[in-house]
Design a protein around this ligand. Structure first.
Ligand SMILES: Nc1ncnc2c1ncn2[C@@H]1O[C@H](COP(=O)(O)OP(=O)(O)O)[C@@H](O)[C@H]1O
Ligand SMILES: [Mg+2]
Length: 310
């Protein structure tokens, strides 16, 4: 895994993203008034207290350009305050990205602009980016009303726990994509991880991807069960083990460094405390019960075996 590449290569900036915050001093008064209106009308800038803002404008700001500069500073300091980074794979060079909010803002914008879709789930979109062939980025979508799932930051923490535990499994067994970092900035939450050459069982059953010749289906599902048992022995419960979250390697030849498959998506996972029911979560007074980890494996195995026979 080439981590350095991910973290040290500056994003190929096509154009500087328009934030509406640049070159304020060059604006005319009318342009500044308009720009101020645009900023205030943006949902993410609701925090700009209009009343207080007007007061500052009347008391101190002599021009709309000054008022805009003040608004701009407020937006900047709020974004700085919202920055959170958690690194999982220590890599030289990563710290360079760390303290500079401006470069992180550009990095996120650049990923969005140059993204290609890797996969879609219910809760997130997973994208690859530009020339980076070894990394992908999971962007959280807003939480659905009445549904529970881990916030991406908690998902990333659990993902890393599953990854570390999976390291003790030997070659060809089931793996977890290596997590690199979690980053939240403004309204964006991103989990950067290893991009796998693998397809979900659901995709393969739907005709996108193939059952590799080397795959021993019985062995594969036995490995998945052993993976889950190992996690459970550490209190780690996946709790969303459907065909979209079990990936099969799409390598033509399975060499000794490769895994036959992977478990992904720790958005429903839990680190269980002894004595609690691992499949129950109480959230905002509501109780959510998830499916059992081994529950769907038998059915998936039969469907995959049927597909492979054809
Ligand atoms: N590391 C990865 N490498 C390759 N494909 C991935 C990776 N992570 C996710 N995907 C693809 O993206 C899809 C959605 O990812 P997932 O984490 O399950 O999102 P959600 O939480 O929305 O279900 C997966 O079903 C898979 O096809
Ligand atoms: Mg999923």
């Amino acid at each position: 895994m080439n981590i350095e590449k991910i973290n040290t290569t500056p994003p190929p900036l096509t154009e500087k993203p328009e934030t509406g915050l640049e070159n304020v001093e060059k604006l005319s008064e009318i342009e500044a008034i308009e720009a101020l209106e645009v900023l205030r009308n943006k949902k993410e800038n609701e925090f700009l207290d209009i009343e207080q803002h007007n007061k500052v404008m009347d008391d101190t700001a002599k021009t709309a350009v000054e008022a805009l500069t003040y608004a701009k500073d407020q937006i900047h300091s709020r974004r700085e305050g919202s920055l959170k980074i958690e690194t999982f794979s220590e890599a030289e060079g990563f710290k360079r990205l760390n303290p500079e909010t401006e470069s992180i803002a550009k990095h996120i914008e650049s990923i969005k602009e140059n993204a290609f879709e890797v996969g879609k789930g219910e809760n997130a979109s997973v994208v690859g980016y530009g020339e980076e062939l070894e990394a992908c980025y999971k962007f959280a979508k807003p939480l659905k009303e009445g549904k529970w799932r881990n916030l991406l930051r908690e998902e990333a923490r659990l993902h890393n726990k599953f990854f570390e535990k999976s390291q003790s499994l030997s070659e060809h067994n089931i793996g977890v994509p290596e997590p690199h970092y979690f980053l939240s900035y403004g309204n964006d939450e991103v989990l950067a991880m290893e991009l796998l050459n693998a397809k979900s069982i659901e995709d393969i059953l739907g005709g996108d991807g193939f059952v590799p010749e080397w795959l021993d289906i019985d062995q594969f599902f036995e490995d998945v069960e052993n993976f889950l048992d190992l996690m459970h022995s550490s209190g780690l419960y996946h709790r969303d083990m459907h065909g979209g979250n079990i990936l099969i390697s799409q390598e033509d030849v399975l060499n000794d460094k490769k895994k036959s498959g992977y478990i992904i998506d720790f958005g429903s996972s839990k680190e269980n405390i002894i004595g609690e029911d691992p499949y129950v979560t109480v959230w905002r007074g509501e109780t959510f019960t998830t499916s059992k980890d081994h529950g769907k494996l038998f059915d998936l195995k039969n469907r995959l075996a049927n597909l492979a026979k054809r």
